[in-house]
Design a binder for this molecule. Structure first.
Ligand code: NAG
Ligand code: NAG
Ligand code: NAG
Ligand code: NAG
Ligand code: NAG
Ligand code: NAG
Length: 592
């Protein structure tokens, strides 16, 4: 298992950060899952000094030569990898090159078959998360949903992981790991809702901007969504095709919307899933993400009360009772932070860390609600081990083998992409304080969320001559947008807003908590998505899908509890969507 270095690698903010970070944390307490990943990769992860490097590590730089054509080589079981050379700057196409790392799970039908339908590109969000990791881990499930006629393709966008250029604000990984004010520790200071907290965050962000500028070897300004959209077109063209088929999650909806607005004639299929308001994103506002966050929390309370004490460890007779117990617990931890020592870790479990744990759990209720209830019940009984291990990285360990970090996905990429993309923000403390106040007026989660924008205070000033809108477009095929009714960070309203820009587009509503469609197992939703990719059809405007089953399943199963009904022909699909909602994507590098 990776230790401290992961934390450095993953401690970024933004939409999906918390989600994926959490998933990784959880994996450390879920041995079965750990084993499954490792089975797939047929290797073991190392813990730093003393452990041999994985024997069949796939070294991208030695084993795949960058090329303007796609040259696929086997890399991990069931997957092929390639590196595509593209212009670093599309306004200077003969100049220096960037190199995009790609992975695919090839279609099961041969290319010569009349059923073959070409590549579907995926983006996992972040920004800054690895599309390669996504397809290693979830490619089979996406293939089960879409069908055997598609290549399932992921890529690390420029700035990220195995692609070049790669964003890095530090000379070494140790330096990065030891940099105190990671976004997460900033978060701790913001969350007291005091000016002093904001001021510290502001000062840290300015210092970080300075480090970014100092360590910039001239590539930083080329890392943005505009250039990545152009990279995607190159990827499509390198497949010998003209138009894109794409499914983007969270920030991936910004990338998809950007592509559609820049290349409206190049759209064959485009799904935006967990939709961000891209105008708000490009204005570096991050101000309308939290509209539905507390709806998810309400469902935690009501779901727990409804499910009974066997399913929900934090059970109380009514939703209000659960909420009251919850509020009391949070208050008491605020007054008395808890020192915690577990086998693997130690630290102070305080108000901030408990709130962070709760926020993360709202991303994937089917995966986390029972876990959270267990953690809260244990905390109420004085044991904070489960929650501490969830939110806090184990003590940092140096690695002896520098190559271990070669393809780490580090949070620098996220900051680089979102700060480059968005408008510059005012550098002064007063504006920063006002921003926080406005956020705090609209959401009780302002403390958790504000650091995203604040991470751009002090960001180097590059010319903003890349695409930032407008989005209005007549796309060559209408776009499908998917929004959940209680998504903690991409509210349904954003999907509806973005839909207005794209002529003929339709919003498919999933009546569920969680972030992005796959966080809740809905056969209905995934069938619409499959039909869209396969036949190009869109749901009727106003269509609403429900998930199957509940985050807190009714226990014990008896004749009067509702066992989810799944039609015979949907059983396979249900298996895939259920797994997607429960097997989380983990952003740590897979040593491949
Ligand atoms: C890209 O190249 C064009 C043309 O040479 C140049 O004007 C522009 O500044 C370059 N962009 C960046 C971000 O360097
Ligand atoms: C939190 O902020 C309040 C003011 O809003 C202040 O009175 C209190 O001392 C702060 N607590 C900590 C632990 O900094
Ligand atoms: C929750 O509240 C109920 C009363 O509504 C109380 O009996 C119970 O002990 C509380 N449980 C916890 C874990 O605080
Ligand atoms: C926040 O809300 C309070 C009370 O509604 C109001 O007085 C204050 O002006 C608001 N602040 C901002 C920055 O919107
Ligand atoms: C879309 O097409 C309509 C008519 O065909 C045209 O009026 C409109 O300006 C187009 N919109 C964009 C953004 O190109
Ligand atoms: C949408 O596209 C249709 C043609 O497909 C066109 O007639 C219509 O004017 C477009 N609407 C807008 C608002 O661009």
């Amino acid at each position: 298992m990776f230790r401290g270095r992961i934390i450095a690698g993953v401690l970024a903010t933004a939409i999906v950060f918390l989600w994926f970070y959490a998933l990784w944390r959880l994996s450390s307490v879920q041995p079965q899952f750990q084993i499954r990943i490792q089975d797939r990769l047929k290797e073991s992860h190392t813990v730093g000094c003393g452990n041999a490097a994985a024997p069949n590590q796939f070294l991208w730089e030695d084993q795949v030569i960058p090329s303007k054509d796609l040259v696929w080589v086997d890399c991990v079981p069931g997957r092929q990898c390639a590196r595509l050379a593209v212009p670093l700057n599309y306004s200077d196409p003969e100049g220096e090159q960037a190199v995009i790392a790609l992975i695919r799970k090839p279609a099961l039908v041969p290319k010569s078959s009349k059923f073959y339908r070409g590549p579907v590109l995926f983006n996992p969000g972040g920004p800054g998360f690895s599309g390669v990791d996504l397809i290693v881990q979830m490619g089979d499930l996406f293939a089960s949903i879409l069908g055997p006629q598609f290549d399932i393709v992921g890529f690390d966008s420029r700035g990220v992981g195995r692609s070049f250029p790669r964003a890095s604000f530090f000379k070494t990984d140790v330096e990065r790991a030891l940099w105190g004010p990671t976004i997460l520790s900033m978060l701790g200071t913001v969350s007291n809702n005091s000016y002093e907290g904001i001021a510290r965050t502001w000062a840290s962000a300015r210092l970080l901007g300075q480090l970014a500028a100092e360590n910039d070897d001239g590539y930083l300004k080329h890392i943005n969504t505009d250039q990545t959209a152009r990279d995607m077109l190159r990827i499509v063209e390198a497949h010998g095709r003209e138009k894109i088929q794409y499914w983007g999650f969270s920030y991936g909806s910004v990338l998809g919307a950007t592509f559609a607005a820049m290349f409206p004639d190049k759209v064959e299929r485009l799904v935006l899933d967990g939709v961000l308001d891209a105008e708000n994103y490009y204005a570096t506002l991050w101000s309308n993400n939290l509209l539905d966050t507390n709806k998810g929390l309400d469902q935690f309370f009501s779901g727990c009360a409804e499910a009974g004490p066997l399913s929900c460890a934090f059970w109380a007779p009514t939703a209000d009772d659960v909420r009251q117990n919850f509020t009391n617990l949070i208050k008491s931890i605020r007054a008395r932070p808890l020192p915690v020592r577990t086998d693997l870790n130690y630290g102070i479990l305080d108000y901030n860390s408990v709130r962070l744990a709760i926020f993360i759990c709202l991303y994937a209720p089917y995966h986390f609600f029972q876990f959270l209830a267990q953690g809260l019940a244990e905390l109420a009984a004085g044991d904070g081990g489960r929650l501490l291990e969830f939110v806090k990285a184990p003590p940092f360990q140096c690695s002896c083998d520098p190559s271990e970090h070669l393809y780490d996905v580090v949070w620098d990429a996220q900051t680089a992409i979102l700060c480059n993309d968005g408008d510059d923000i005012p550098d002064d403390l007063k504006s920063t304080q006002e921003y926080f106040e406005r956020m705090a007026n609209t959401s009780s989660w302002a403390d958790v969320w504000s650091p995203i924008r604040l991470s751009c205070v002090g960001w180097p000033k590059f010319p903003k001559d890349h695409f930032q809108g407008p989005f209005d477009s007549n796309t060559s095929h209408p776009i499908l947008l998917v929004g959940n009714t209680a998504d903690p960070v991409t509210p349904l309203a954003s999907a509806k807003k973005m839909s207005h820009f794209f002529n003929g587009s339709v919003v498919l509503t999933q009546d569920s908590p969680g972030h992005c469609s796959y966080s809740s197992p809905s056969v209905c939703t995934q069938k619409y998505i499959r039909d869209y990719f396969v036949h190009g059809t869109l749901p009727e405007p106003g269509t609403v899908c429900s998930p199957i089953g509940k985050p807190f399943p009714p226990l014990p199963v008896s004749s009067d509890t509702q066992v989810p009904f799944v039609a015979e022909e949907d059983k396979e699909l249900f298996k895939a969507v259920e797994q997607l909602s429960k097997i989380p994507f983990i952003p740590f590098p897979l040593r491949m």
